[in-house]
Design a protein around this ligand. Structure first.
Ligand SMILES: Nc1ncnc2c1ncn2[C@@H]1O[C@H](COP(=O)(O)OP(=O)(O)OP(=O)(O)O)[C@@H](O)[C@H]1O
Ligand SMILES: [Mg+2]
Length: 732
């Protein structure tokens, strides 16, 4: 036995050795890549230096009153340079300045100069880089930990690998009420999706967003299967053990999210939200791969053959989007090494990609004028209104050359989707039957309540009066208190019709009122913008099919714009997502929802920086180290997939590290990183080990304001040392 263990352990060691060797080889390769990248960066830097006039060398005044870039609470740090640097401000620039903002594709000349990094005449004290006190610290780090302790950024990652070409694009529309997927093979025009619920007499393009786990929190069922199984268990009184979650997508809306956030199941017990979401996505992934096999004579597909496009509401926070991205990774849609296989698209954005290429016949009524499709007419501006179960999401696009899209207005929305009508109905029924009766029904007959709500949601398809089956148990509980017809005698908008609840057309319309007003206010806000010239309004999503919603939008806005609804309105999102996966650059630019920036230091101004954190450099210069330097302003247009580059150089001659802290705010302008509304979303520290060039050393900071994730990479030009960080919007 011991011999066996020995052999086994040896075997494990050998395996580990092999793994280590492989890793070593990978690292060597990575090193070679970095070296070549480094030489490219050097030549880019040289290009910039050649482009710029000779810098003027100046020492910063020792006690400057002027506004200047500077670091905080540490030795030295990335120092901001005013973008609109005037001659005056240049006079007071410290030696370390943000030199230039450039984009990856073309170097943009900005109105500030590359300052000299030669010895500027100051004589900073000698510091021992190994002494923690002489390390840099993050400006907002109130505990003032030496930087040595925070050299590994929150989420360091290796540079992206070149993606394999995907065989198939798979879109997943994880809806509040219904979830579905579609897929399209590369080169084929056809987009396919399964039909759901056939075994229960249904035939829908999406299945209810409902997931069931057993008492040990192991996944059991999703969609119609989950509902049916749960209902059967309820009859057997077994349901209390099970964990059922339905309509849970909105749990990610408007909440402080972290990876261990919990969600409450129908049985009142809690489970990790990440698990609920990732198991749901895993179910969709497995179903999709299985279905694709069936469409291709049994060819087996794996998740890595696909580009996955996950749609999320436009109004979701960055944290919620990140939560979904991490859930998708946990579900095995993508691996951490190939994150580019996952695209997170906004629901109205995906729908826009679908609508722009639809021919006239693709719309239910109304007509496209002139061209065959919208995408053939550059300059056409249109609004997409996704009316889902949970949210109303809006985007405004303009067609540009090549049928690509440019976002014209920051995406907007609210939580006034179709389920608002359901909630109003539930509240109304509670009022009719009294709280006492309804609460008893809700507590003891959850599956019957679910059935009642489902029956009502079908009624939303109709105009005028509708009949909803009243659950038998509700009738029973109610009749113990009063004669059943008496409940209905108090309201003229509702009647009792032998076991059914008759709602008047006026009442049904009334139940839609909150949603319709919610849609109106969002649309009005956009349409009043004088710079926009919106020609079409596309209504998509299941709730767009509601006669009340449809008629309201046409009556209210039909005189200004042409209102069109695609034939497959509920599938516009997921089908558009498939197309998105085939051409991820289809949306050329987006409007930033936040202002993004970094922490920088400015020369300490006794008035302006009164009460603010001060940092005194080794050479005695006073800085305010909580200043905010804006990189992207809210409402600014950000080109797709273009990285912005910023160049910094050393403040101290013996500086061995350069820290960066990234922030975002909903404000359009901000001055300090410690002001209200400012959120830290990441930090990194790049080593600058070669100090022989003194201050004449540069770090290139590259930031990609991508949509699926936002990442920053800092590279020390002299040594090629590089550090990257993905911005983390979650609180833990
Ligand atoms: N024909 C119809 N008429 C009226 N309402 C409908 C119709 N079909 C579906 N709905 C409603 O539309 C909503 C579902 O639409 P959809 O599938 O687009 O939403 P979702 O994707 O689940 O939600 P979200 O996009 O908000 O996450 C539900 O409230 C449903 O009752
Ligand atoms: Mg939706």
């Amino acid at each position: 036995m011991n011999g066996f263990i020995f052999i086994f352990v040896n075997f494990i060691h050998r395996l580990e050795n092999e793994k280590c060797n492989k890793k070593l080889e990978d690292l060597r390769q990575e090193n070679r890549n970095l070296k070549s990248e480094n030489s490219k960066l050097r030549s880019q830097l040289q290009d910039i230096q050649n482009e710029l006039p000779s810098p003027e060398v100046r020492s910063p005044p020792q006690d400057s009153q002027n506004e200047l870039p500077s670091p905080k609470e540490s030795m030295s740090k990335a120092v901001d340079h005013k973008l609109e640097s005037s001659d005056e401000s240049r006079e007071s620039e410290p030696p370390t300045v943000l030199k230039k903002r450039v984009t990856k594709k073309h170097w943009v000349k900005l109105p500030f100069q590359l300052s000299s990094t030669e010895n500027d005449g100051q004589q900073p004290q000698e510091t021992n880089a190994d002494d923690p006190k002489s390390c840099w610290m993050q400006s907002e780090d109130v505990t003032k930990k030496p930087l040595k302790q925070c050299t590994s950024p929150a989420k360091a990652f290796s540079p992206r690998t070149q993606p394999k070409v995907s065989l198939v694009s798979i879109g997943i529309d994880f809806g509040t009420a219904f979830t579905g997927y579609s897929f399209g093979f590369k080169g084929a025009k056809q987009i396919r999706q399964p039909k759901w619920g056939e075994e229960y007499g249904m035939n829908t393009p999406k299945t209810p967003t409902c997931i069931l786990f057993d008492e040990n929190k192991n996944f059991l069922k999703f969609g119609y299967d989950a509902i049916m199984y749960y209902t059967r268990q309820t009859r057997r009184n077994e349901a209390k053990k099970l964990f059922l979650f339905d309509d849970f997508k909105m749990e990610l809306y408007g909440k402080v999210l972290h990876r261990d956030s919990m969600m409450t199941a129908k049985n009142g017990k809690k489970m990790r939200a990440m698990k609920v979401f990732s198991e749901s996505l895993k179910f969709m992934k497995d179903h999709a791969l299985d279905m694709m096999g069936k469409h291709t004579a049994g060819v087996t597909y794996s998740a890595s053959d696909a580009t996955w496009v996950l749609t999320v509401p436009a109004i979701w926070s960055s944290a919620a989007k990140q939560f979904m991205t991490e859930a998708a990774t946990e579900a095995g849609l993508v691996t951490e090494s190939e994150p580019e296989r996952l695209i997170v698209a906004l629901e109205p954005e995906a729908a826009s990609v679908w609508c722009k290429q639809l021919p006239k016949e693709g719309f239910m009524e109304g007509d496209l004028t002139e061209a065959e499709t919208i995408e053939q007419v550059p300059g056409t501006q249109y609004m997409v209104v996704d009316c889902g179960g949970g949210t109303i999401d809006i985007t405004v696009h303009e067609v540009v050359e090549g049928g690509h899209l440019k976002e014209l207005h920051r995406v907007s929305g609210n939580n006034m989707g179709g389920q608002t009508v359901d909630k109003n109905f539930k509240a109304f029924i509670r009022e009719i039957f009294s709280e006492k009766v309804f609460d008893e029904f809700e507590k003891h007959h959850p599956s019957e309540l679910q059935r009642l709500m489902y029956d009502f949601s079908i009624c939303k398809r109709y105009d005028g009066e509708v009949l909803v089956q009243c659950p038998y148990s509700l009738q029973q509980i109610a009749s113990k208190v009063d004669d059943i017809e008496a409940y209905f005698s108090r309201d003229n908008d509702v009647d009792w019709e032998s076991g059914q609840i008759l709602l008047s057309g006026a009442k049904l319309k009334d139940l839609h009122e909150d949603s319709v007003r919610g849609i109106e206010s969002l649309m009005k806000e956009i349409l009043k913008k004088p710079t926009l010239n919106i020609r079409y309004i596309f209504l998509v999503g299941g709730f767009a099919l509601s006669p009340y919603v449809n008629r309201f939008v046409k009556e209210k806005f039909g005189s200004k714009c042409q209102v069109l609804c695609p034939v497959d309105a509920q599938m516009a999102i997921v089908n558009g997502a498939v197309m998105f996966g085939m051409m991820p650059n289809v949306v050329e630019s987006r409007i930033s929802v936040f202002t993004y920036g970094i922490a920088v230091v400015h020369f300490f101004d006794k008035i302006k920086h009164k009460g603010k954190s001060k940092y005194v450099s080794k050479d005695g210069v006073h800085y305010c180290d909580v200043c905010f330097h804006c990189l992207v302003k809210k409402d600014e247009s950000i080109p797709f997939d273009e990285a912005e580059q910023y160049i910094f150089n050393a403040l101290e001659i013996d500086q061995r590290e350069l820290p960066f802290s990234f922030y975002c705010t909903e404000k359009e302008t901000a001055e300090f990183v410690d002001e209200e509304g400012m959120r830290k979303i990441g930090s990194l520290v790049v080593s600058m080990p070669k100090i022989s060039q003194g201050r004449n050393r540069s770090v290139i900071l590259e930031i990609k304001f991508g949509f699926t994730e936002m990442q920053a990479t800092a590279t020390d030009v002299d040594s090629g040392e590089t550090t990257s960080v993905k911005m983390d919007f979650m609180s833990k």
